[in-house]
Design a protein around this ligand. Structure first.
Ligand SMILES: O=C(O)CCC(=O)C(=O)O
Ligand SMILES: [Fe+2]
Length: 316
């Protein structure tokens, strides 16, 4: 457990002796822990073998040179969608720069992005980005299958969580250091993630904070070479509110810049989010009526409120 935030640390490393073959005892035990962590904190910290050290070094070295490219080059990666494309100094991310990549898993996405930023080519960055994205995506699917197992739901729900994981967006973010006269700065404003789950890895400069029910922000310490996995609003809704979607933000301090790579697992636009009947009982009355993911996203961007979008749209 992380001593500051109390968020559980789960160890998926083969070297720690766990075997996570689907259906095995180890898998079932871990699934229970995933469910419990998502119920109590809406998150867990993950140690895993998926990102070896040299791989991490490659992605964060690549990201450092990416953010050092001229502003006019970075701006070439534009998007009409909110928070996608290259964003700098927006009201949501006042002190960071970020590349939001849609359809991160499409075979030519990493290549197109790399060629736009480095017309002369950068095969190391391209390969690293594409394999980090696909490794992280495998993890997100594994974790969602564990949620099904953790709740003891029938097999048929595997295809539903696959749908909740059917689209993947990634984001690479560089958080600026606080201005000289300040100790700390809110670099990413408080929010819940709108999709299903988010997996975050970073260059070991901490800065993520979560807001527990107690109402006081706490620091999260992502373990070395690890990830944090956060529940988003769609998994919260699908689970009948039994899994929490934690409010989080990023605060920068000190003299080292934080770089983060985030993979968001999201449903397809027209996916219907409907609570499994098995998750409704006397102790857990139905909290959300079925709704389409795209309606939730539209509603979120038109109301532009962080508070209670899910409750307003689908709450019973
Ligand atoms: O950098 C981080 O740790 C958090 C990023 C995040 O919450 C987001 O991009 O939605
Ligand atoms: Fe987030």
């Amino acid at each position: 457990m992380d001593s500051e935030s109390g968020i559980p640390i789960l160890d998926f490393r083969k070297s720690s002796g766990v075997t996570l073959d689907e259906g095995s005892e180890g898998w079932k035990e871990m699934s229970k822990k995933v469910r419990e962590a998502f119920e109590s904190h809406g998150a867990f910290l993950l140690r895993c073998d998926e990102i070896p050290n040299e791989f991490r070094e490659k992605i964060f070295t690549g990201m450092k040179s990416l953010f050092e490219l001229p502003e006019e080059t970075k701006l070439k990666f534009s998007s009409s969608k909110a928070y996608r494309g290259y964003t700098a100094k927006s009201h949501v991310i006042p002190h960071c720069q970020s590349f939001g990549i849609d359809d991160a898993l499409k075979p030519d996405t990493a290549e197109n992005f790399t060629n736009l930023m480095w017309p002369q080519g950068n095969p190391t960055f391209c390969e690293t980005l594409s394999s980090l994205t696909s490794k992280t995506r495998e993890l997100s699917l594994l974790i969602l299958k564990m949620v099904v197992e953790g709740f003891g739901l029938p097999e048929k729900y595997i295809s539903e969580v696959e749908e909740l994981n059917s689209h993947n967006d990634s984001r690479m973010t560089r958080y600026q250091l606080p201005e000289e006269n300040k100790d700390s700065e809110i670099a990413l404003v408080p929010h819940t993630d709108k999709g299903t789950i988010a997996l975050i890895c970073h260059n070991e400069v901490q800065g993520l904070q979560v807001l527990p029910k107690s109402g006081n922000w706490v620091n999260v310490n992502i373990p070395p070479n690890g990830y944090i996995v956060l529940v988003g609003d769609m998994l919260k809704a699908w689970s009948n509110g039994r899994l929490q979607a934690p409010t989080h933000r990023v605060v920068t301090r000190g003299d080292k810049e934080r770089l983060a790579f985030i993979l968001f697992a999201v449903p397809k636009q027209d996916t219907l989010i409907k609570v499994p009947s098995e998750l409704v009982d006397e102790d857990h009355p139905l909290r959300y009526k079925p709704f389409k993911y795209e309606d939730f996203i539209d509603f979120h961007y038109t109301t532009r409120t962080e508070k209670g979008v899910l409750e307003q749209l689908a709450g019973i």
